[in-house]
Design a protein around this ligand. Structure first.
Ligand SMILES: Cc1cc2nc3c(=O)[nH]c(=O)nc-3n(C[C@H](O)[C@H](O)[C@H](O)COP(=O)(O)OP(=O)(O)OC[C@H]3O[C@@H](n4cnc5c(N)ncnc54)[C@H](O)[C@@H]3O)c2cc1C
Length: 389
């Protein structure tokens, strides 16, 4: 067991003013109407070209982002490394749809791979297939719909882009996560990821697919994936998450009148998450795992399962990961106890990461328990520091 209640360790990297800023932010984020108001006000301000970037940068950006470009992330990378926490740089411009967006995202991902090769403080890179491919094209491929000649060519370019990223990662020995997205484009992503794993994970696990355990079909998917990797003699590598698109999935299923792919309850998602962790660790000779979660029990489960199977804390085939600015009680306490741990560090020009930040605020609002936990820990630490003065 690692205690996640030690706030001295959890906030060891934070100054009093960092803690006060986080307190105010989580207080605001916990208020649904304020988040909605903030979202609308920000969108209007951007539309009117009002100079809000400075304000965003000093507040929510500072909490959740590493910098405006790769160079400005250096400080965050070094600060995390001082506490034995790795950085996963995540270029966070969302809603890419044009060729120039795709080219920009490609170049950022390739640059992060170069940087990770040179800097051991960066244990993984990451990309979203929708950063380099049109969403509607991925939906068509996933639905096995017939593609026009132009679409076929367009998809060949998408396959080439994924291959360019993965072969560069493979040449440089850098590990790369492929994010999971909406279920109706996930088949295409899974196929791209599986092909890349078959090709590049022969000697060691380098390319990771992501599995969302809020989907009721994913445990079977994972079992099949493990079997396939064993039979075909390559390493399966999985980032295990619960899933970020629950509302959208349910709304679409209801609007289009099909059964929602999402579990009927949080309890079922949690049970499948634990079962999946168990399967991954049981097969750790052939499988590498990264548990991407802010759920304390899931982290404790993984610790216990590792112990049950005699797996060392420092086995680099098992990692924990959280987002920058959230759940430091997990990240810093796990790192202090000697586990492999990394933070997702989004970066990008302030304007371009605003949709990501709004999503972060909305997700936190929806997870009332999460905000309550962040606030309780911050208050506990404020009190501890006061009594030590
Ligand atoms: C490092 C990292 C990488 C990530 N990468 C991805 C990614 O590639 N793709 C992606 O989709 N998400 C990704 N996420 C987000 C992740 O999927 C979750 O949305 C988020 O982490 C919250 O889940 P949790 O396990 O941290 O915590 P918890 O608070 O325990 O779980 C909340 C989650 O449980 C599920 N849930 C909540 N209510 C219900 C319900 N009523 N019925 C069924 N399920 C329910 C939802 O998935 C919800 O997000 C990532 C998260 C991290 C930390």
């Amino acid at each position: 067991m690692v205690s996640f209640d030690n706030t001295e360790i959890a906030f060891s990297s934070k100054s009093n003013s960092d803690i006060n800023r986080a307190y105010l932010l989580f207080k605001l984020i916990g208020n649904n109407s304020l988040v909605n108001l903030g979202k609308t006000a920000t969108q209007i301000a951007i539309g009117l070209h009002l100079p809000i970037e400075g304000m965003v940068k000093a507040t929510i950006f500072k909490q959740f982002c590493g910098g405006t470009d790769l160079k400005t992330c250096d400080k965050t990378i070094d600060d995390l490394a001082k506490f034995n926490i790795g950085t996963i740089l995540n270029y966070s411009a969302e809603g890419n749809e044009t060729e120039s967006d795709f080219a920009r995202a490609m170049s950022e991902v390739l640059s992060t791979i170069d940087l990770a090769h040179r800097n051991p403080k960066i244990p993984f890179c990451v990309f979203k297939v929708t950063g380099i491919a049109r969403f509607d094209l991925l939906a068509k491929v996933s639905a096995q719909a017939e593609l026009s000649e132009a679409e076929r060519k367009e998809y060949e370019i998408v396959e080439q882009r994924v291959e360019e990223i993965c072969s560069k990662a493979s040449e440089l020995g850098v590990r790369v996560f492929i994010d999971a997205e909406e279920s109706w484009i996930q088949q295409a992503i899974d196929d791209l990821a599986t092909n890349a794993m078959q090709k590049h994970n022969r000697e060691k696990p380098l390319i990771y697919n992501t599995i969302q355990m809020y989907r009721s079909d994913r445990l079977e998917f994972l079992k099949d994936a493990i079997l396939k990797a064993k039979n075909e003699n390559y390493f399966l590598a999985i980032k295990l998450v619960r899933g970020a698109y629950m509302e959208k999935e349910r709304e679409r299923a209801s609007a289009k009148n099909y059964d929602s792919p999402i579990h009927v309850s949080k309890k079922n998602t949690d049970m499948d998450y634990e079962r999946a962790l168990r399967l991954l660790v049981e097969n750790s000779k052939h499988v590498a795992t990264c548990a991407g979660t802010h759920n304390e029990k899931s982290c404790q489960d993984l610790i216990k399962i590792m112990e049950d199977h005699g797996i060392s804390k420092i086995d680099t085939n098992i990692y924990f990961a959280q987002l920058l600015g959230m759940s430091d009680q997990i990240s810093y306490n796990l790192a202090s106890a000697g586990y492999n741990i990394a933070k997702f560090v989004p970066y990008g020009p302030v304007k371009e990461v605003i949709p990501y930040l709004i999503r972060r605020a909305e997700e936190n609002t929806a997870m009332a328990g999460q905000v309550g936990r962040e606030l309780a820990l911050i208050m506990q630490e404020k009190k501890r520091r006061k009594s030590n003065n």
